[in-house]
Write a protein that binds this ligand. Structure first.
Ligand code: PEP
Ligand code: MG
Length: 875
């Protein structure tokens, strides 16, 4: 079986479509080789070997070694150098390369093939400084990654050496010091492992290949996989490739570039490089790199070739590429190309530009943007008019604004965020160990590192605001504070960062919702043309309704009337209604509420101008509106002119053991029809009033928590009676549609009967999940995280619909409902309506619409379009 794939000299066994077995890096190295791009020769050990290595208890299968040796011979021929040759040794890099990019999570060993003898040969040919520096780097990486010698041990030796010589940078160390350092490093390895560093290059190679395979299972890789939904079974490939050197002198360099700006999406060749350095120096962010324009001045020929190749790669891959290159003695080599990570802004702009440039179709552009990420685009930026005290400026690595309390460690960020605190993670630089903290933080600020440092790349991937390379920060981890010029910022102090300008600002700066650019509007227009599923919004106020319309909502799918009850002006009348001793008293209180509700509804109808508006009649258990502590109860009694003990007794009587399964939803309507009748009157009077002013209205009245057809039958009767009464004698007549929420499992299973009395269904998948899964909406968060972490559940079922169980209830409900009433309008208004995966599921079931919070409306529009384009419409 073929396990090893060679690439070099314009020929390659693999190609771009083979990422599954070659990993992304290996597949693209093969593809670039085929394209005639200068790529150092090498070979890829395929991903299935990763699992074979694990089951073989850490041994490489013999056929893999055999095939690798044969490929190594071809690399030697291509480079004109032999592995282990004491005079002109071939050196190789050994790198991971999984199917999905996992930046910095897996291990890499460079300069492999050096030993005590060949380092002298290398010194004779390429200079002693270079040779001993390469050997030093190799011992450090091999020691750390393959032999488990703690990295700090090497680093502290290096720091000592620099201190003794008064050297600021590694490059200030001369050959003699480096040679001494090599001796110390070798001794360190012996001390720590009890053995010499392997001198046989082949032993080194098998050791490094094994270590890279093992790194697939390290904890940080496991965390990254969990966060990004990458299955462990994929495994990583290993790429062994001839080394080229960016650190052989001043005619050498190494860098990272993007074919378009990954922050804004602008069509400019964008990147940075370090002269006389190895690739990991750029990524580690220890030296701050230079912009590519400088390369055009310093090495014009190599730069011109790089520009030509990047354009070619982008054309070939039809997407923005992230490339790594090295220039060795003036000669350009490409080490990697991959689809570049980008901010949402950039993703939208690049997709639209590529379609306009006719590189991709509009439909492809619509499918290129991750719907969930759009939400960030709509979220606030810093208010440009707010005063701000800018105390430092770093690199604008990932846009957006972040405001939070400063924390100096990832663990602290995670712990504090868990308590609901908004935190800002401040680090010298970040490493893969910090991702959990980066995830928990509002934003990330680092003292070191460039636009392609770990912090920058990871934050952009997360869509999180990030400022890097802010040299003005003097961080003292031990004292948990930092100095920025004359200011001292301590752990817990508020700070603001602007990832679009790189500004670091003292205190909290207010934020505003940004203007959406032309590319966004264009992309959404293409998406709207492609989709069949309508998108409505869940909005309770005219203000929310207006925001949602700006985001493209095509109606309101859920207006929760009770949210209007909590305003201080109203809550007293609501409480009076609840505490009424009899019907007459209740009707008195309801009369006070009627004009208030009518005003609310009129505002919403106006804001939605002719679009459908579904208003749900009162839903929550009544005790939610009542005070519970003694003082509040006494105050309420005073306000109502009642006896406090009497009020307390009533409050106690209303309290339930299981309020979620208690006296709520339509059950209140059955007990107190006058409440639903008042609400119906308010809706219809408001609708008539607005219609009379010339604005078209389309009201829908929705009954919540129906579980039995008779409930709906009875309540529909009340609603229709009230509608008739309101319309009697009116010139303008607006007749609302009357429908049912389907949020109780029994309702889904008996939907055929319920549909007899419903003009529409709206699936309340929050309650349907709660009751269908027997998971409390309010408490399950405590343990669902563990379920997802352990892989028992793929996702939180309150976030993404459980297709097999709750989704099946929805499917049955739709099927039965439509069997009874083919024209039945069907939508969903639970939180799932804004989750892209659930939206695709709704498209497959043939729902008419999804309804979600205003900020997620564009998310749902795009997800619905992708569902249609990817053939996920109803069968
Ligand atoms: C639901 O249960 O899904 C729903 C939309 O109603 P609420 O969240 O108000 O219970
Ligand atoms: Mg509900």
């Amino acid at each position: 079986m073929k396990r090893v794939y060679f690439f070099g000299d314009g020929r390659a066994d693999g190609r771009a479509g083979m990422a599954e077995i070659l990993g992304g890096k290996g597949a693209n190295l093969a593809e670039m080789t085929r394209l005639g791009v200068p790529v150092p020769p090498g070979f890829t050990i395929s991903t299935p070997v990763c699992a074979a290595y694990a089951t073989g208890r850490g041994r490489l299968p013999p056929d893999v070694k055999r095939q690798a040796l044969a490929a190594l011979r071809r690399v030697e021929r291509s480079m004109g150098a032999r592995f282990g040759d004491p005079e002109a040794p071939l050196l190789v890099s050994v790198r991971s390369g999984a199917r999905a990019s996992m930046p910095g999570m897996l291990d890499t060993v460079l300069n492999l093939g050096l030993n005590d003898r060949s380092v002298r040969g290398l010194a004779a040919r390429a200079g002693a400084r270079f040779a001993y520096d390469s050997y030093r780097r190799f011992i450090q990486m091999y020691g750390d990654i393959v032999l488990g010698v703690p990295l700090e041990r090497f680093e502290s030796r290096l720091e000592q050496a620099k201190e003794v010589r008064g050297a600021a940078l590694d490059t200030d160390l001369d050959a003699e010091i480096l040679q001494t350092l090599v001796g110390e490093y070798l001794e360190l390895v012996r001390e720590h492992t009890g053995r010499r560093l392997p001198q046989d290059p082949l032993r080194q190679l098998w050791g490094a290949v094994g270590a890279v395979f093992r790194s697939w299972k390290n904890p940080r890789a496991a965390t990254y996989r969990r966060l990004h939904g990458i299955p462990e079974s994929w495994g990583t490939a290993v790429n062994v490739q001839a080394m080229v050197f960016g650190n052989m002198g001043d005619d050498c360099a190494t860098g990272v570039a993007f074919t378009r700006d990954p922050s804004t999406g602008e069509r400019v060749f964008f990147g940075e490089y370090l002269p006389n350095a190895q690739g990991e120096d750029v990524v580690a962010g220890l030296r701050t790199p230079q912009p590519l324009d400088r390369l055009a001045e310093e090495m014009p020929a190599a730069y011109r070739e790089l520009v030509r190749i990047q354009a070619r790669l982008e054309r070939h891959y039809r997407d923005m590429q992230d490339i790594e290159f090295t220039i060795q003695q003036g000669r350009l080599w490409l080490l990697q190309t991959r689809t570049g990570k980008r901010t949402v802004q950039a993703a939208v702009r690049i997709a639209v530009d590529l379609a306009r440039e006719r590189r991709i179709t509009r439909d492809e552009a619509v499918c290129r943007v991750d719907p969930a990420s759009l939400e960030q685009l709509l979220h606030p930026a810093l208010d440009p008019h707010a005063p701000r005290q800018v105390v430092a400026r770093g690199l604008p690595a990932s846009p957006g604004a972040a405001v939070g309390s400063v924390v100096f460690s990832a663990d602290e960020a995670e712990a504090r965020a868990r308590t609901g605190e908004k935190v800002l993670l401040v680090r010298m630089e970040t490493s893969p160990e910090d991702i959990h903290g980066m995830h928990a933080a509002q934003g990330i600020l680092t003292a070191r590192g460039g636009m392609t440092s770990h912090a920058a790349v990871v934050a952009r991937g997360m869509g999180k605001c990030c400022v890097t390379g802010c040299g003005a920060l003097e961080i003292d981890y031990a004292a948990r504070c930092m100095r920025i010029g004359e200011h001292v910022v301590r752990d817990g102090d508020p700070l603001t960062v602007d990832g679009s300008s790189g500004e670091v600002i003292l205190g909290r700066v207010p934020t505003v919702t940004p203007e959406l650019g032309g590319a966004f509007t264009e992309l959404m227009r293409w998406a709207d043309r492609a989709r069949r599923l309508r998108v409505r919004t869940n909005a309770d106020t005219p203000q929310d309704a207006k925001v949602a319309r700006q985001f493209g909502a095509e109606g309101i799918g859920l207006c929760r009337t009770e949210h209007m009850f909590f305003e201080p002006r109203r809550i007293l009348a609501v409480r009076e209604m609840i505490l009424a001793a009899d019907r007459a008293e209740r009707e008195g209180a309801l009369r006070k509420l009627l004009p208030i509700q009518r005003g609310d509804f009129a505002g919403i109808f106006r804001a939605m101008e002719g679009l459908p508006v579904t208003i749900r009649l009162l839903d929550p258990p009544l005790h939610e509106f009542l005070p519970h502590d003694g003082d509040e109860i006494r105050e309420l009694a005073r306000a109502l002119g009642r006896d406090a003990a009497e009020v307390r007794a009533k409050v106690d009587a209303i309290r339930e053991f299981n309020p979620m399964l208690g006296h709520r939803g339509c059950r209140l309507g059955i007990s107190f029809p006058e409440i639903y009748r008042m609400q119906t009157r308010a809706i219809v009077e408001a609708a008539c009033e607005v219609a009379e002013s010339g604005v078209r209205v389309e009201p829908e009245i929705m009954i919540p928590l129906v579980s039995h057809v008779r409930e709906l039958e009875v309540l529909r009767g009340h609603v229709e009676d009230e509608v008739r009464e309101v319309l009697r004698g009116r010139r303008v007549r607006v007749r609302p549609r009357i429908g049912s929420m389907i949020e109780v499992p029994r309702a889904a299973l008996t939907a055929g009967e319920i549909a007899r009395f419903a003009d529409f269904f709206s699936f309340g998948t929050n309650d349907l999940t709660q009751m269908g899964y027997a998971l409390s909406r309010d408490d399950a968060g405590k343990f669902l995280g563990t379920y997802v972490e352990q892989g028992i559940l793929e996702a939180d079922p309150f976030v993404s619909i459980d297709e097999a169980g709750i989704g099946e209830l929805v499917r049955i409900g739709v099927e039965q409902g439509r069997a009874t009433r083919p024209e039945l309008q069907v939508g969903i208004c639970g939180e799932h309506g804004g989750d892209p995966r659930s939206v695709r599921f709704c498209a497959r079931l043939g729902l008419d619409y999804v309804s979600c919070s205003p900020f997620r409306v564009p998310v749902a529009r795009l997800a619905a379009a992708q569902a249609a384009l990817l053939g996920e419409g109803p069968a």
